[in-house]
Design a protein around this ligand. Sequence first.
Ligand SMILES: [Zn+2]
Length: 311
Amino acid sequence: MRTAGPLALTAVLATSACGADPADSATRADGSQGEKTDVTAAMYPLQWLAGQVGGPDVTVTGLTKPGTEPHDLELALTQVAGLEKTGLVVYIKGVQPAVDEAVEEHAPDRGFDAATTVKTLPAVAEEGHEGDAQEEHGHEVSYDPHLWLDPARFATVATQLGEKLAAADPAHAQGYKDRAAKTAADLGTLDGEMAQGLSTCASDAIFTSHAAFGYLADRYKLRQVGISGLDPDAEPSPARLAEVAKVAKQEKVTTIFTETLVSPKVAEVLAQEVGAKTAVLDPVESQPANGDYLSAMRQNLTALQAALSCS
Ligand SMILES: [Zn+2]
């Protein structure tokens, strides 16, 4: 019975049932002592990061259920109530309006907005696409919030999260700082692999379902053509589709990328129209079915190398 999955689940259930109960102060399963800090993470990539940096000193609660699209998240009353008691809320302002609002109202002094730690990119304004009301739907900020798709920026977030947790829970400060350094180094390794793997490619244009990959494109000098803007639920207009098809033909594109959580229908129609195939490029907005943030990004690298004919 002692497999990794059920054991981890039991630990989560046990802590959430006890909350800040003194029972937490007892020796933990991992042998460490002291009370765990409750960390709430708005969506998967931040949940992963909080787990890496927080290690055995935190209990991480995710607000977005695995396998659900995070942008249009609605919070349950119990989740909102949980924010009143949590030690730190890790989120990115602009991804999930419901979270932005709830943090402002229920945890204004305990919010850690990852977007404040890095240089953000402006929200995408594709050619001929400015002024499209759908573009802004669901995003109430002027920058592109998908910053976790740049491992270098995400490494900065890891370091800052380590500082933040160290300040919130000084008794375990060194552990947070050490794990933040290790996580930043892992992300640096990933960044190096991606830079190397995407340095010599026949094409540089990536055609994606929703424009989630602006940071990745910026970091590795690719050009993103998003079919439906920043919001994955926004249906592109026929005019927009025709425009993207025209560009795709000009670019002699081989692959139209789809996502795991968004219907591939539009991408499939487009691919058929321009004689390309479809492949998955994961915006890692939700927990991958197998693996974690790092393995999902490495799968993305493989998919990009095939689509762009990289040597
Ligand atoms: Zn998105």
